[in-house]
Design a protein around this ligand. Structure first.
Ligand code: CA
Length: 229
């Protein structure tokens, strides 16, 4: 289920957006204050952000800019003034879409769906076709077999690199340890599936900011692992 964060200080509008999105199967969270909204946007994982422009605390311009620097998810900006929309476009803050109030909730839902599927296609093709994968500060050069985290190069063993690369090229798909073992160690008779766990742990120590709350390689309990985009 896709997670949506709405940052909107007009409670009635936020609730209306939430109701319609929930009817379409989205999991929706609301923040009515700009500072709290920005903190959640940066510290939690959402699939799409809907931002009002004028907010108490941090305004929508600043929130948009900060999300774009840190997250790979679509941003929809909402504003009551057509002029403001022109201003946002002009600033090039990296918003994906703009909606003027009042808007029909069903139009909002349609746009949210369209942006989510566009992002999914874009990310999947990027991950598979490009030689360099870049995501939230992680950079993997598949040809040179080098990895950087926030511009700092990290050393990987052959198998660690193969495993990271395989997961990153197949984002958002859950693989069992057995599948990963077959993919990466198939031709060798050494090791067993516990090797996968050990390698995931080592990769996380190199790429994750907080290994207790991994933002790249997620553990799906009882199933396996998934590279999250
Ligand atoms: Ca407002």
């Amino acid at each position: 289920m896709s997670k949506v964060l709405i940052i909107e200080d007009e409670v009635a509008i936020a609730d209306l957006e939430k109701d319609y999105l929930e009817l379409s199967g989205f999991n929706v969270e609301i923040e009515n204050d700009g500072n709290r909204g920005l903190a959640r946007a940066l510290n939690e994982e959402f699939d799409i952000y809907i931002l009002d422009l004028m907010l108490p605390g941090t305004d929508g311009f600043e929130i948009c800019k900060k999300i774009r620097e840190n997250k790979n998810a679509p941003i929809l900006m909402v504003s009551a003034k057509k002029d403001d929309i022109d201003k946002i476009r002009g600033l090039g803050l990296g918003a994906d879409d703009y909606i003027t109030k009042p808007f029909s909730p069903s139009e909002l839902v349609a746009r949210v769906k369209a942006h989510l599927s566009r992002y999914e296609r874009l990310i999947n093709s990027n991950m598979q076709e490009n030689d360099v994968i870049e995501l939230r500060g992680l950079k993997i050069d598949k040809t040179a077999r080098r990895v950087w985290v926030n511009e700092e190069e990290k050393q990987f063993t052959t198998k660690e690199f193969d495993l990271l690369c395989f997961l990153a090229q197949n984002p958002n798909r859950v693989f069992s340890k057995e599948e990963l073992f077959r993919q990466i160690w198939a031709l060798e008779s050494v090791g067993d599936i516990a090797t996968v766990t050990v390698h995931i742990k080592k990769i996380r120590e190199k790429i994750e900011y907080n290994t207790a709350k991994p933002q790249y390689i997620e553990t799906i309990w009882g199933v396996g692992y998934r590279f999250k985009v």
